[in-house]
Design a protein around this ligand. Structure first.
Ligand SMILES: Nc1ncnc2c1ncn2[C@@H]1O[C@H](COP(=O)(O)OP(=O)(O)OP(=O)(O)O)[C@@H](O)[C@H]1O
Length: 699
């Protein structure tokens, strides 16, 4: 008897059957069993199913079938046109994911081997190269196409597809587009991509099928309405677990929404207090609470544990700069050290790779490919930002480490979903700072329960601290690493301030001193987040950052040359400043002499008279004050402040004036201890301090 998940229940072409047989997939996954027939029946779908549950084939199989159908119905284009006819467009948020989809479709075409396949083609449209150059290449391809025209599947990132469609002579003809798929739809529909998606939607025909796919779709349902879907079905695949009423474990529970309800946006919510997402059944989820000072020590130790080393690991950080920094440190402390133990200068096997959005496109592709292709027993590690959080399907990933929890709450589910895919087992751990424990109940309410990481995988305080010392030595001996350390710290602090869950990750509770220690900084950077604050728990290094050289000889030479040039320039500027100062002084003297010369005799006489009067007036005031002080009517500090006020009109150093005056008025008979005198001069209002001075005053 055939079950609803047997491939045989699908009415698909021989090509698809051949591909499925080649892949060795015995049965459809639940999401495939529901979604493929719906798309084949021309329905629009919004599909939410757990990470690693086979959503890619849930849209690629219908894509292939629909394109074959369109080909057999005859696709035409203007003779001599330099445009490619696009039958389906799959949009994904990152170039790695778009490439993955493109490659799976390539495999599909290769295995399907039907006659029509010769007229099915695929194009990858992702950033990294000049859009105009890419468009020219596509146009050249179109010029070579023979009749009857092939139909293309385009796997693209939103920015690149938008750019190609916006060109005056766009190489893509979207008139024959039958199917538009948004993979990781919730992230594509968020603000960052909104403009791109709107432009793409405006450029594709209204008469098309649309599919939205993600493991976390429910939160974005309102935005889904804006993608021009017609009569969509909301498919939410949940596996019944033991304890659920009804069928046993692994049974399929599908929610198909009424089209009317979807169309007006009033989608019925499940009767649960908060949005919860399905997690892979064989995923073990852990947490570890650690102070910032022990995090790097833990990470280094953890990646060396045999249990972790026998598979691949993806480590997530908050920012590109933190990925860069911890990448050089871990390469130094793991790859290079392992090589030097063997007497090699360069590591024979590079275990630690990195991936983030600010990398040069070629380096980014190379690093990702290396990670994907490296044998699992070599224990490859990929340090990444959320660029690797969604969709990527790498074999043998056994551990996910989240050094920094994600700022986007949905990203947690996607990050941990890079392991335990397609029914395999996998483990994930998230590190939390001491003040971040509110994240645990937050996750629990969303159906994600975490256990504490077992002891054997942890690191003791002593090892963590000695690793940090080694890390500091690397920072103190290579300027490139030192600069990266500060940049990483700053980027982390700034990203933390922008957290989407500020009530769970409050910036005011972030221990900046410990964090700076954990980042092995030599000095605290002078940033507005730190200036004026009392930062505890940080001890600055004995090493002067200005003296730290670059390890790379070329960079160090360049630095020294620049330093010498700067010094020369400064000296030159100093000379010029001196000359300018001298000129200014000369000019001022000249001007004064000229003004003096121009004064009339009456003016000069009047000025002298005024000067004399002022002097007498102030002397009289000072005498009165001194009398009051001697009679004890005013205190020494009052005396001094009033004296200052009297003398404030006079030019010169007020305090010096006050000191001179005291000497002048009480004469040499007054035995002023120099330190007491200076206390008075510095304007202390402390009466006790001044007592000996007061006692010495002549009556
Ligand atoms: N019917 C099937 N039986 C067994 N394995 C399958 C089947 N369909 C797909 N797979 C495999 O499952 C793995 C995960 O599939 P896929 O990448 O499509 O997951 P996904 O649901 O898109 O995950 P994510 O939400 O992380 O993007 C792939 O390695 C794929 O080859």
């Amino acid at each position: 008897m055939s079950s609803s998940r047997d491939w045989s229940v699908l009415e698909v072409s021989e090509g698809t059957q051949r591909f499925i047989a080649q892949m060795g997939f015995k049965r459809m996954t639940p999401v495939q069993a529901i979604t493929i027939p719906l798309l084949l029946k021309q329905r629009d779908v919004a599909v939410e199913a757990c990470t690693g549950s086979g959503k890619t084939l849930a849209f690629l199989i219908p894509t292939f079938e629909i394109m074959c159908r369109a080909l057999s119905e005859g696709v035409s284009r203007r003779p001599g046109s330099l445009q490619l006819m696009v039958g389906a467009a799959i949009i994904a948020p990152t170039r790695e994911l778009a490439t993955q989809i493109y490659e799976v479709f390539g495999l599909y075409l290769k295995s399907a081997k039907v006659e029509l396949c010769e007229r099915l083609s695929r194009q990858l449209c992702v950033g990294g190269s000049d859009a105009k150059g890419a468009a020219a290449a596509l146009r050249r391809l179109a010029a070579q196409e023979a009749a009857p025209v092939p139909l293309h599947l385009v796997a693209a990132t939103p920015g690149r597809l938008r750019a190609l469609l916006a060109l005056e002579e766009t190489p893509l003809n979207m008139k024959s587009l039958e199917l538009l798929v948004f993979d990781e739809a919730d992230s594509l529909l968020k603000l960052g991509f909104a403009m791109d998606i709107q432009a793409i939607l405006a450029a594709v025909p209204k008469q098309r099928r649309t599919g939205l796919f993600s493991a976390t779709l429910t939160t974005e349902l309102q935005r889904i309405m804006k993608t021009g879907m017609r009569n969509p079905v909301h498919v939410c695949v949940r596996l019944k677990r033991p304890g659920d009423a009804g069928e046993g474990n692994q049974a399929l529970k599908v929610r198909k929404k009424q089209p009317e309800a979807i169309a007006d946006g009033s989608v019925e919510e499940e009767k649960k207090p908060l949005v919860s997402h399905e997690l892979p059944t064989k995923l073990s989820n852990y947490f570890l609470q650690l102070p910032a000072t022990e995090r790097f020590g833990f990470l280094r130790h953890f990646l060396q544990v045999p249990e972790v080393r026998n598979g691949k690991t993806i480590v997530f950080f908050l920012t590109c700069a933190t990925v860069d920094y911890f990448h050089v440190l871990l390469r130094d402390l793991i790859d290079l050290r392992r090589a030097s133990k063997k007497g090699n200068k360069k590591p024979d096997v590079i275990r630690i790779e990195k991936l983030h959005g600010q990398m040069d496109p070629t380096a980014r592709s190379r690093a990702y490919e290396k990670f994907c292709k490296s044998p699992p027993e070599e224990g490859a590690v990929l340090l990444a930002t959320d660029v690797a959080a969604r969709g990527i399907d790498v074999e043998a990933v056994q551990w996910i480490v989240q050094v920094d929890p994600p700022t986007d709450p949905a990203a947690f589910v996607h990050r941990i979903g890079r392991t335990a895919r397609a029914g395999q087992s996998g483990r994930a751990v998230v590190l939390l700072l001491p003040h971040e424990d509110g994240y645990l109940p937050f996750l629990e309410k969303r159906g994600i329960q975490l256990e504490e990481l077992p002891d054997e995988l942890r690191v003791d305080e002593e090892t963590a601290s000695s690793t940090l010392k080694r890390c500091k030595r690397v920072v103190e001996t290579d300027r490139a690493v030192m600069l990266k350390s500060t940049k990483a710290f700053l980027s982390f602090v700034r990203a933390y301030q922008e957290h989407q869950l500020p009530f769970l990750f409050p910036f005011k509770d972030l221990d900046l001193g410990n964090l700076a220690t954990g980042y092995a900084l030599l000095r605290l950077p002078r940033i507005k987040e730190i200036l004026g604050k009392q930062v505890k728990g940080f001890q600055q290094s004995q090493v002067d950052p200005a003296s730290v050289p670059f390890k790379s000889k070329k960079q160090e030479k360049q630095r020294k040359e620049k330093l010498a040039k700067d010094l020369e320039e400064r000296e030159k500027n100093k000379e010029e400043e001196k000359k300018a100062q001298l000129l200014k002084q000369k000019q001022a003297a000249k001007d004064a002499a000229k003004a003096e010369k121009n004064r009339t005799r009456t003016q000069k006489r009047q000025a002298k008279r005024n000067e004399r009067e002022e002097t007498w007036e102030s002397l009289a005031k000072e005498e009165t004050l001194a009398k009051k002080l001697r009679k004890g009517k005013i205190t020494a500090s009052q005396f001094e402040s009033r004296l200052k006020r009297i003398n404030s009109k006079e030019s010169g150093d007020e305090e010096e004036e006050a000191g001179n005056w005291i000497r002048l008025f009480w004469g040499d008979g007054l035995d002023l201890e120099s330190d007491r005198f200076s206390t008075l001069k510095s304007g202390s209002s402390d009466q006790k301090e001044l007592k000996p001075f007061k006692n010495n005053l002549p009556e």
